[in-house]
Design a protein around this ligand. Sequence first.
Ligand code: NAD
Length: 260
Amino acid sequence: MSDQTSYPGVVLVTGGAAGMGAHHARTLAARGSHVCVADVADSSELIEEITAAGGSASGHTLDVTDAAAWTSLVDDIRTAHGELGGLVNNAGISRRLEFMDTPDEIWELTMKINLFGPFYGMKAVAPLMRESGGGSIVNISSIAGQIGYFSPAYSSSKWGLTGLSKSAAGNFAQWGIRVNSVHPGMVGTALLGTTSDFIDASLKSVPLARMGTLNEITEAVLFLLSDKSTYTTGTEMTVDGGLVSNGLYHRVIAETGELS
Ligand code: NAD
């Protein structure tokens, strides 16, 4: 029996110009997919890197908050490739602001990018995925979409995305389209930063006692895109070093050093 894993022929990754999205894109391309990298930022350097390494990728300008732009991007993909088997809704922003410090504009912008974007995206790609014989959608939520996180805009948008993923999973199953959410813990990208008192303090609640690597998140995303997860839909995959499941008592025991 072969242990080969296969991935969709064409995968669209939003927010793919930098951070985790870029790593998903370069890894998918290395494993044989054509990757459509969509971002508000320029992705030409990444496309050159992927192409130089023998992979196949194209760069597309997309603001995920623009529903019409999604439609036109999917039209372009249909014309160029005639199929789409994977979507990673990865684009996202985070502002670490407590409730009363959150301006209305930040609330709106965060909801638009992190929640409305994936809604427009799933609506736009579903018909082409259906015509392609089905597919897999991976929505990048966060542990902030599973616990009470102090920043209301980020937490609400990511909780919304957790629910949106389950709703879409139920609706799209009839077309052979699976939808799952991935919930990274702390990963050192531009969004989180690599050093700060906030990170040091947060790490004390991580049983595995470190941040996650880009690769550790990518492997979870690629599993959900691949033919190794064909019976998995509507689920949450948490990749957080044990923070959500055990963070509280990990910290309590470390701080008190005793159990009674
Ligand atoms: P990042 O800031 O490094 O990259 C985000 C990318 O999204 C950038 O390339 C940016 O240009 C793009 N983007 C932003 N707004 C956009 C828009 N309107 N349209 C299209 N593209 C847009 O961030 P990252 O850490 O790689 O985060 C990727 C995803 O993972 C996000 O959804 C984030 O919320 C989530 N996440 C990150 C962490 C972490 O610790 N870094 C933890 C949990 C979840």
